[in-house]
Design a protein around this ligand. Structure first.
Ligand code: AMP
Ligand code: MG
Length: 447
């Protein structure tokens, strides 16, 4: 923490240090310098969904282990069916029955067939499967289980290997199946299961402590009282953490007292890889949060050239004792609900993804959309506007969700995109293109 606002010895002066406005990119680069991929741990298979695989995974055996049938039917020697047609069928002796899950004891000799269910291993001697549809199976009036038949009529010639899945068709023993670094989605989790693995070594989920601060805050569910508001940041931020695949630790609200806040911060540090606080970081006004942050850790208060969300604190705390000592980064977000979410999107998300071992995956898709209205920057800062994006005739169209005040959280709830008006750009006029970061799916609008 030597690159900015340094000096732990003078925390009381920290917030009056002249700080130049820094760009979003500069703030992000400073923050990301403090993050790295977390360690790999053994993780139960389903728990690893979305995580990054930390070891090469090879096939321990062929999949399927044995050649098997892909159809319900009769296992035969293909040569016994040569020339068979509905007008000139072959009759074979049925010598056995085989369900999936068992191996046939005997073998299929000339003129013989074994009734076989999908997935069952191909019996010795047989080299093809004739599906039920190409036999007299469907003409039978009794169930096989009640009256096994001694013969079967084959109406269609089977080629050698017909309807047989060869051993190792999916995976060969020893083959590299999933390399380290693979992001585990449903198909990858399924493949790991097919290899018989109950757990896998994956980068663990970061634990992110989320702390709301302010005497005015109430927990949702409590009765409203004059002067108070409900804590929404704790919930929106914890939801973002969970959506990223990390584990939120929601701390109890800290009032604006040094004692309460200090206690909460220590509680958060005990178990967290990142501490996220909201409110109390704006410049100029006295705030207990700043005092505690500066006293308990090493922290910089920045003015970021963005709107909403200009004030931002970032620092580190040291947690634990002796060999357990760790450095825990701290991200101090502005209190306004829209600012808190927007700054967590731009700074918290990259940090969390870096810890998840997916440093390239945090960026959202950027598209160019036609603006349906004028979007002007209220000031010299880069403007991130909540927008509704649709696709019409193969093009993206964007319009704002409504009032853009940093306390208007409902207009974030309507947004599937964030329109970005750069700091050096003129206002966007109706019909102009504007860059939009997609934060949710885009639907196709009627032309
Ligand atoms: P502050 O950063 O403390 O000046 O707070 C800025 C604004 O955000 C104030 O209107 C606060 O009441 C509001 N605010 C702070 N924390 C929260 C929170 N957790 N949930 C909702 N609003 C908040
Ligand atoms: Mg406050």
């Amino acid at each position: 923490m030597t690159t900015y606002d340094r000096g732990m010895s003078e925390p009381e002066h920290r917030h009056v240090l002249p700080a130049d406005m820094i760009s979003v990119e500069e703030a992000r680069a400073r923050i990301l310098a403090h993050f790295a991929s977390l360690e790999a741990v053994s993780t139960p298979l389903l728990g690893a969904l979305g995580q990054v695989l930390a070891e090469d995974v090879r096939g321990g055996f062929d999949i399927p282990p044995l050649a098997n049938t892909s159809m319900d039917g009769y296992a035969v020697r293909a040569e016994d069916t040569t020339g068979a047609t509905p007008g000139d069928p072959r009759q074979l002796r049925v010598t056995g029955y085989l369900a999936a899950g068992s191996v046939y004891e005997g073998s299929v000799g000339p003129g013989e067939a074994v009734r076989i269910m999908t997935g069952a291993p191909l019996p010795d001697g047989a080299d093809a499967i004739v599906p039920f549809e190409e036999t007299d199976e469907e003409e039978q009036s009794t169930r096989w289980e009640d009256a096994p038949r001694a013969e079967v009529r084959i109406d269609v010639a089977a080629a050698h290997g017909a309807n047989v899945r060869p051993a190792g068709e999916d995976v060969r023993e020893g083959e590299l199946v999933l390399p380290a670094g693979t992001i585990l989605g449903p198909a990858q989790i399924g493949v790991l299961a097919s290899l018989g693995l109950g757990s896998v070594t994956a980068i663990r989920r970061p634990r992110v402590a989320v702390l709301s601060t302010g005497d005015e805050l109430l927990r949702p569910g409590e009765p409203l009282r004059p002067g108070a508001i409900y804590d929404s940041n704790g919930f929106s931020l914890a939801s973002m953490v969970r959506e990223m695949g990390a584990e939120p630790i929601v701390l109890d609200i800290a009032g604006d007292s040094v004692e309460a806040l200090t206690a909460r911060v220590h509680e958060g540090l005990a178990d967290a890889d990142l501490l996220v606080t909201s409110a109390g970081v704006s410049r100029g006004d006295f705030d207990v949060v700043k005092e505690v942050l500066a006293r308990e850790g090493e922290v910089g208060f920045w003015t970021v050239r963005m709107r909403p969300g200009k004030p931002l604190a970032f620092g580190t705390f040291s947690a634990g004792e002796g060999s357990e000592r760790r450095v825990v980064p701290h991200l101090g977000l502005p209190g306004n609900p829209v600012s808190a979410m927007m700054t967590f999107e731009l700074f918290g998300r990259p940090a969390v993804f870096t810890m998840l071992g997916k440093p390239q995956a945090w960026e959202r898709p950027l598209v160019r959309a036609i603006s349906g209205e004028r979007i002007s920057r209220p000031d010299e800062r880069r403007f991130y506007a909540r927008a509704i994006v649709e696709r019409r005739n193969g093009r993206y169209h964007a319009r704002l969700t409504g009032p853009q005040g940093s306390g208007v959280l409902t207009s974030f709830a309507l947004a599937n995109g964030i329109a970005i008006v750069p700091e050096d750009a003129p206002p966007v006029e109706p019909g102009d293109e504007v860059e939009v970061m997609l934060i949710d799916r885009v639907s196709e609008a009627a032309p």
